[in-house]
Design a protein around this ligand. Structure first.
Ligand code: F6P
Length: 456
């Protein structure tokens, strides 16, 4: 069956040697579904006027949506990133409500839905940027429509603050299947529909709209575990790992890998490390915390402020705990890394700190356990209970990132765990990720969307 994916960004990036497939989580997740069949991807062209219809190394037709500077500001920086992002992440920042942004969001969603595609097939819409697209497609498209939300869906009392709450729910209810990362987000959505939409009837996990039925599902997204494990054992990764081991010597390594986003709990993590170093002087000089912070959404005020706050805090901790002539406790890298370098860091780490305040899934946690197991490692995973990944990775050391002293104690506990225990935990988690990898996720999503349509 032909497949048409809709996502905010197209899955390609322009590098020094021309266009190539992008490396992000959404792209890696959708490729296994799209490439084996006739498929297209509708997305924002990122301002490039000369985008080719196809790019080498990616067997998907690219259908660009062009946006003006003003539309990017209002729809993407504004409504998507300053209204919906903080709201859907449970108000970890204050959402901003602007009518102008809402109008731009509606117009841009209409533009996405209006892109002409030859043939029928399954329409698969992704994420919070495009919540109106399912109902817009339904007007003209007879085939099945699926929607997958990559981020959390909050409880009704939080969602209800949105001035355009009914419109977005009706947008989603245009799909045959609305999927979420976890049962909790799915339940939140179903309860929200029951509370805010009078014309719907909730029948278990199905929403009835007159004679139509909208199915809901929880399908946790994942990684290509076999490919990642192979990369983690590659000669390039081994080389990089040897270099890092020489640099860091016998110091124990704590690792954080995140987009620089306020949902990721980077400030809380740094504060916990500062507290630990203050309370346990014997750890000073024996610990290094490497924070890889990938630049993100720099046009948005809250992200610029976060960068300033993170950098100030890194400076404060290093100023406080560095011995003259000695190494700093916090190694802060404000950039993305080539894959073999990132994999080498995953293998090097004694403890990976995945401590978001809210996160739909978090693929770093899945990548870390897979890379560790592939390299025969026994690193520990400290994982926030407010991530989708915490539902699956039961052998992680769970933490509440809002509790600074509790987080510091969990990091200390992770460092003290017996080696055999750590190894067993990593192996069990990696086996679970390998079973529920991105191919498994794809099958669940596509099968459920087809079934939902035939039963609708
Ligand atoms: O996880 C949500 C998400 O919006 C992804 O869809 C996206 O790849 C990532 O965050 C990065 O965000 P942006 O596309 O805004 O840079």
């Amino acid at each position: 069956m032909q497949l048409v994916a809709y996502a905010n960004r197209l899955p390609v990036t322009r590098g020094r040697h021309g266009w190539r497939p992008s490396a992000g989580g959404v792209v890696s997740a959708l490729r296994p579904a799209l490439e084996p069949r006739e498929s297209s991807w509708i997305g924002w062209d990122g301002g490039a006027g000369d985008l080719p219809r196809r790019v080498e190394g990616l067997d998907v037709e690219l259908l660009p949506v062009r946006l003006s500077r003003r539309e990017v500001d209002d729809y993407y920086h504004g409504f998507a990133n300053r209204t919906l992002w903080p709201l859907l992440h449970g108000l970890v920042e204050q959402p901003v409500f602007e009518r102008r942004w809402w109008r731009a969001y509606r117009d841009v969603n209409e533009r996405f839905a209006a892109v002409e595609v030859d043939g029928g097939g399954l329409r698969w819409v992704h994420d919070y940027h495009l919540m109106l697209v399912p109902s817009l497609l339904r007007r003209a498209h007879a085939g099945p429509i699926g929607f997958f939300l990559h981020v959390p869906f909050p409880p009704p009392e939080i969602y209800a603050r949105l001035p355009w709450r009914e419109q977005l729910l009706d947008g989603l209810l245009g799909a045959d299947l609305v999927s979420f990362q976890t049962e909790t987000y799915r339940d939140n959505f179903v309860r929200t529909c029951a509370r805010l939409r009078e014309h719907v009837r909730v029948e278990g996990q199905t929403i009835a709209l007159g004679r139509r039925r909208v199915r809901t599902a929880a399908h946790p997204i994942s990684i290509d575990a076999a490919a990642l494990a192979e990369g983690a054992r590659s000669a390039a990764t081994e080389r990089s790992l040897r270099g890092l081991r020489t640099q860091f010597g016998s110091r124990r390594i704590l690792l954080g890998v995140d987009r620089l986003d306020y949902t990721k709990g980077i400030i809380e993590r740094l504060r916990a490390i500062e507290y630990l170093l203050a309370e346990r002087p014997e750890l000073r000089g024996r610990l290094a915390f490497v924070q890889i912070a990938v630049p993100s959404r720099g046009e948005v005020r809250e992200y610029r402020e976060l960068r300033r706050n993170v950098e100030e805090l890194v400076g404060r901790i290093n100023g406080r705990f560095t011995d003259p002539g000695g190494d700093v406790p916090v190694h802060y890298l404000y950039r993305g890394l080539p894959p073999e370098r990132l994999l080498a860091y995953y293998r090097l780490a004694d403890v990976c700190l995945v401590t978001p305040l809210a996160d739909g899934m978090n693929l770093v946690a899945k990548e870390f356990v897979t890379a560790q197991a592939a390299g025969g490692g026994n690193g520990a995973l400290v994982l926030s209970e407010f991530t989708g990944a915490a539902v699956e990775l039961r052998d992680a050391l769970r933490c509440n990132p809002f509790d600074l002293e509790g987080l510091a104690a969990t990091i200390e506990h992770a460092l003290a765990l017996d080696e055999g225990d750590r190894r067993r935990r990593i192996e069990r988690m990696a086996a679970d990720v390998a079973r529920h990898d991105v191919y498994w996720w794809t099958e669940q999503e596509l099968a459920a969307a087809r079934k939902a349509r035939s039963a609708a």
